[in-house]
Design a protein around this ligand. Structure first.
Ligand code: HEM
Length: 410
């Protein structure tokens, strides 16, 4: 696999751009944390609210999405197909569409929907890039299908058909007319919708070592797969019933996630992981267990109400994204390319920064939950908290710059 990975120029390009967007996203995150600390530093019309979409979308469509695009390149074996020389330009098209969109969002042209800010020119630019990407997969599938076994041919065709709907779903989801299901009593996601979105991530984690072809054999047996099916059934039923975090069936739906904190690490322990990815596998398992336990605990009646609309939710977002998702992306890149993402020190600095940021934000969120005037009455403590969050950001940005340089040179 390592030899193949090195040849995978498109996969390496997608990984390099992903790391570049992580640095961009972190730089803007650091700016946001500085503006929260010193609102008077807001540069002219480029106020805090204009920068937030850039931070969120650079992290989602740049850092988080591009390793997955690299994975698709590897699954369709684009670098062994007739469209291989279109792989790298395709990644540049993706980066250009995202960069164009960043300037549009900075000028205030956004749909106003978190993570779906695409609108007008920025939306069409991105949809064209998605169409270009799909065309590369379709040409590769058509020309290489004769070399694949019938099962692989059928699975990849199903995948190709599914991918064809992504631009359509993006266009509908980005429309100001459509809205996701929310829990009307809290304004937040329902337990069932959280279960559903997490089951997609669980599916990706069950697929990862199997699709990458890691040696060894997973420890998931029929019981795990039956429980996976049952979890989807519970998602469907509780989604239909609806309700909020005071309802037993919605709390129960969230509770279905707890066994996965053990089932995924157990399954993965049966596989052999390439040298450069071992450390990221450990980090991912650590953050996965913390995320499941913290997520279920936070959804409990009284707890969610205490943390709602406080820094506590920002803590949770960074636990999920800067802790878990970042470890998943780094593990994927290390497995796909055979190249390391950072070394011991920069990885330690990153996770040290994330743990400090989450700890500080969770503490501030809990204090805010005790009394909404805490941020004003205890201005000194607020400043200390915001300074620590900013310094964690400096550490995380530094680590991500090391990863980007290290990866490009390795
Ligand atoms: C240098 C590191 C980072 C810093 C300094 C930083 C800083 C910030 C700040 C100041 C906010 C706004 C919080 C508020 O409105 O009160 C924020 C929000 C957010 N950041 Fe970061 N961030 C960093 C890294 C990341 C990473 C790596 C990810 C994802 C992979 C991420 C995902 C998010 C998300 C999803 C939100 C929205 C939170 C919410 O509204 O609940 N951040 N970040």
């Amino acid at each position: 696999m390592c030899d193949d990975a090195i040849e995978n120029e498109s996969v390496v390009t997608a990984s390099r751009h992903a790391l570049g967007w992580l640095v961009v996203g972190n730089s803007i995150g650091l700016l946001l944390s500085l503006l929260l600390l010193k609102p008077e530093w807001q540069p002219g019309r480029l106020t805090y609210g204009h920068w937030v979409p850039l931070h969120l979308n650079a992290q989602l469509y740049g850092w988080t999405a591009l390793p997955l695009v690299g994975w698709l390149f590897s699954m369709f074996e684009v670098d062994r197909g007739p469209a291989r020389r279109w792989g790298p330009p395709m990644i540049w098209a993706w980066t250009s569409a995202l960069a164009l969109a960043c300037f549009r969002w900075l000028s205030g042209e956004t749909s106003g929907k978190i993570f779906l800010d695409w609108r007008n020119g920025s939306l069409w630019g991105f949809l064209v890039a998605l169409g270009f990407l799909w065309a590369i997969f379709a040409v590769t599938w058509w020309r290489r299908k004769s070399e694949w076994g019938s099962l692989r041919r059928r699975i990849s065709l199903t995948g190709l058909i599914g991918l064809a709907f992504v631009p359509v779903v993006m266009w509908i989801a980005a429309s100001p007319k459509t809205y996701p299901p929310i829990d009307r009593t809290t304004g937040g996601p329902t337990g069932s919708s959280l279960l559903g979105s997490t089951l997609v991530v669980i599916g990706l984690m069950l697929l990862l070592p199997r699709v990458l072809g890691n040696r060894g054999e997973g420890k998931a047996r029929w019981g795990t797969w039956v429980f996976f099916g049952l979890s989807w059934l519970v998602f469907g039923l509780t989604e239909i019933i609806g309700g909020g975090h005071f309802d037993a069936w919605q709390i129960g739906a969230m509770g279905m996630l707890l066994p996965w904190a053990w089932l995924i690490p157990r399954d993965w322990s049966g596989f052999v992981w390439p040298g450069n990815s071992g450390v990221w596998r450990m980090c991912l398992v650590f953050w996965w267990v913390v995320l499941v336990l913290a997520g279920v605990a936070m959804y409990q009646p009284g707890v969610l109400d205490h943390l709602k609309f406080t820094q506590g939710l920002v803590a949770h977002s960074h636990l999920a994204m800067a802790g878990f998702t970042t470890s998943f992306c780094a593990l994927l890149i290390a497995n796909l390319t055979g190249r390391p993402v950072g070394g011991r020190d920069s990885i330690l600095v990153w996770h040290g920064g994330v743990i400090t940021m989450i700890g500080v934000l969770a503490w501030m969120g809990w204090r805010e939950g005790n009394g909404s005037d805490w941020m004003i009455v205890q201005a000194g403590w607020r400043e200390v908290g915001l300074i620590l969050r900013m310094l964690s950001g400096v550490a995380m940005l530094a680590a991500s710059v090391v990863w980007m340089n290290h990866f490009s040179k390795s």
